[in-house]
Design a protein around this ligand. Sequence first.
Ligand code: NAG
Ligand code: NAG
Ligand code: NAG
Ligand code: NAG
Length: 440
Amino acid sequence: MWVRLALLLCWLVLGSQGQDRASFRKSNDRSGRCQYSFTVDSPVESSCPSLTGGPEAENLSARLTLLEAVVSRVLGVEVVTDVAKEATDVQETRRLIQDKERLNKQVQELRRLVEELTMETEKLRDRPCPLVQGDPIDGFGVIRGSGSVSTATFQELKAELSELPAPAKVQENIQNSTGCGELISIGEPKTIQKADGITGKYGLWFQDPEATGQPYGPDAVWRINAVGVDVKQLYAYENLEQLRRGLPMKVLVLPESVESTGATVYRGSLYYQRSRSPTLLRFDLGSEKIVARRTLPQAGFHGKHPYSWGGYTDIDLAVDEQGLWAIYSTDKARGAIVLSQLDPKTLEVIRSWETNVRKNKVANAFVICGRLYTVASYSANTTTVNYTFDTASGKSKMLDVPFRNRYRYNSMIDYNHAKKKLYAWDNFHMVTYDVMLGGL
Ligand SMILES: *[C@@H]1O[C@H](CO)[C@@H](O)[C@H](O)[C@H]1NC(C)=O
Ligand SMILES: *[C@@H]1O[C@H](CO)[C@@H](O)[C@H](O)[C@H]1NC(C)=O
Ligand SMILES: *[C@@H]1O[C@H](CO)[C@@H](O)[C@H](O)[C@H]1NC(C)=O
Ligand SMILES: *[C@@H]1O[C@H](CO)[C@@H](O)[C@H](O)[C@H]1NC(C)=O
């Protein structure tokens, strides 16, 4: 291109002007290309009228522009540019996709963090103020264990380890005629319903495993939203389908308010701990009256021995194949879980067992076939049922049965022996888990 340009210039200048004082020079330009320069004295002008002006200069410049356009078209510069553009477009798209994936991952990580922070905030907000009597939003509290717990835990672990080498348990893994056996596995959580509104963050729900049918049958579903200072409303649903639809058939008003998430339903009665007291109440669902009341001896209450998630979960009532149980702790047991079998009619303690696991170290507990089971975490997506205590032998042992907290804040877990399921309340969600017992 430059050679042709130079020749053209040569022709333009030499063709019209004299040739006596012309000079020619060639040198490399900045990009290393050879450049030809011609210098010719003007025969008429002693100096330039202006540096860029003059019709001739303009003519020259116009023709150069034309020439450049022709040259670039001939060399296909434009085509080349287009192809290159397409190539860079593909690269750009690929880079954008990679960026999007990276950002998506970051968003997910941030979501997880936000969720964790929300839970932390929740826990802090629920911590009761030592000086003020009233409650914040919901009447729950989180009490932390004392600082000297780790040695005690170590002692417990050592004790459990020394108990472990007892392989004779195999026989008990075989399910007997009552359908009883040892817990083998827990299925994935199945979501039945989601509570709306802030009062549904924690709660309770059940079906009566031994319904009387007077007036409520085994399909009836019971539910209490447990957030609030004065929890008294007990919702009755005709069946699971109506619960799913959010259509209660009745709302029963309890004469005395419920403390936290430890209540249960059994043989036509709601059993619960009266708020801010160690008193257990039996509320008959048919007559809608309190038909039995009794203090659970020495039981800690209102934040003295709660589960690890807090929430005044000092006394947790449970039902299994063998009857009604209370899971709690006392000063004498120094925070270790005490399990008592209760008379379902009178609420009297029939027999008690003291375990070697601290109540405020476990997320929740339930009873199956006379065995207590504890869940390690209420907030970990994947955790385990890692401890069991057998009332038949008085022995405890470590377990490793996987358990999922799908919504990361599990505040209630109860076993239903008629359905062979766990009923749980996980962060606004009512969920069930299938359980598999030994031998099945
Ligand atoms: C430039 O000069 C050429 C002759 O060399 C002439 O034909 C043309 O009209 C001129 N153009 C302008 C713009 O002066
Ligand atoms: C077998 O059934 C009896 C009741 O008939 C019950 O007391 C016992 O605990 C059951 N065995 C196991 C291993 O659960
Ligand atoms: C069960 O898990 C909890 C929480 O991780 C832990 O504190 C406890 O020591 C474990 N218990 C056993 C028996 O492994
Ligand atoms: C929770 O655990 C389940 C199964 O263990 C897994 O599929 C899921 O991806 C986990 N979710 C999160 C958010 O970690």
